[in-house]
Write a protein that binds this ligand. Structure first.
Ligand code: TRP
Length: 329
């Protein structure tokens, strides 16, 4: 049986945090190790251009994501690892796809509205076009599974709509891609007590490369309460800390703390200390692996070059098929 394809990517906004790791990378790893799937994992550098960025450091930011991918266990023997802009067919396909998408549909996306609110000066065509390029990333490989965080669901919906419209209008056979999740691969809350863990919110995240002292410091800034009450809070700082306890120390530990909250009270210094140790224990092996790749940049160059060639081969086929169906060739 033919392998099913998987594609995922992360924007190049610097080093990855544990939200990226639990929300996306863990899913990428699970599919990479499943022989039923052929996996394509990229760094979405073109998508990075849709919000303010620094041209001088963009290449370094791309490299940081690649190093974090490799450190986390993405394996060039098993997955095609590449940089989005090195496979220009994505952009051409995105243009062709934009012919079946209305402006109104794009303007109503919550992800678009949020970004405009965050960067009112940067309301560009590229930002509006973001989901179309993302659909092209996915459909270039005819991927039917996409390991990404739940916040990306509106974009996957667009990818499915585009697939359906292209198939109907031009007799093509794009699959309708679905989000892939595994347990523990989910919405990771911000340490600030509100919203998701995000690179653009200072103090909200823990990077995969953080040492124990930095992790402790980040957790120290997480809001708490008196540690006692009639009901365990369902949202906010304490709820978020408990969620992280569940993810890194296990559900039993989380229950213990929840019982303590209703009973004798939680000592947050203790909880945060224990949580910091558990997070660091999980990150340490990744940090050691990262050093190997940091010290061998020609190896990383080679991985990306080979990745772009392999991805490009598939991309050229899909693009030719689409151009033919649309009457261009
Ligand atoms: N929009 C995704 C994010 O912010 C990044 C991304 C770009 C992506 N292209 C993709 C994710 C294709 C999955 C598939 O996380």
């Amino acid at each position: 049986m033919a392998q099913k394809r998987v594609l995922s990517g992360i924007r190049a906004t610097g080093r990855l945090h544990i939200g990226n790791y639990l929300g996306a990378v863990k899913g990428m790893l699970a599919l990479q190790d499943n022989p039923e799937y052929e996996t394509f994992y990229m760094v979405a550098d073109l998508h990075t251009l849709t919000t303010p960025y620094d041209a001088k450091t963009l290449k370094d930011s791309v490299r940081e994501v690649v190093l974090d991918y490799l450190a986390a266990g993405l394996d060039p023997e098993k997955s095609v690892i590449f940089v989005q802009s090195q496979v220009p067919e994505h952009v051409e396909l995105a243009y062709l796809f934009s012919t079946v998408v209305t402006i109104a549909r794009m303007q109503h996306l919550p992800t678009y509205k949020d970004k405009v609110k965050q960067y009112p000066q940067a309301n560009s065509m590229a930002l509006l076009h973001y989901p179309v390029l993302m659909a092209a990333d996915i459909l270039t490989y005819k991927a039917d599974s996409v390991p990404v965080g739940i916040d990306q669901e509106p974009h996957l919906e667009i990818a499915r709509e585009i697939a359906g419209k292209m198939n109907e209008a031009y007799g093509l056979s794009f699959p309708e891609p679905k989000r892939f999740t595994i347990k523990g691969s989910e919405y990771i809350p911000s340490l600030k007590g509100e919203g998701k863990m995000s690179k653009t919110v200072e103090g909200s995240y823990i990077n995969l490369t953080d040492d124990l002292a930095s992790i402790r410091q980040a957790l120290a800034g997480a809001p708490t309460d008196s540690g006692k009450g009639e009901k365990v809070p369902a949202e906010g700082g304490v709820a978020n800390l408990l969620k992280l306890v569940g993810l890194f120390l296990g559900e039993t530990k989380k229950k213990d703390y929840e019982e303590a909250y209703i009973g004798e009270g939680i000592k947050y210094s203790e909880l945060k200390g224990e949580l910091a140790e558990a997070i660091f224990a999980e990150l340490k092996p990744l940090q050691e692996k990262r050093k190997v790749f940091e010290n061998d940049s020609s190896l990383v160059d080679r991985i990306l070059k080979e990745g772009a060639v392999k991805a490009g081969k598939v991309a050229k086929e899909t693009l030719a098929e689409t151009k033919k169906a649309m009457g261009l060739i």
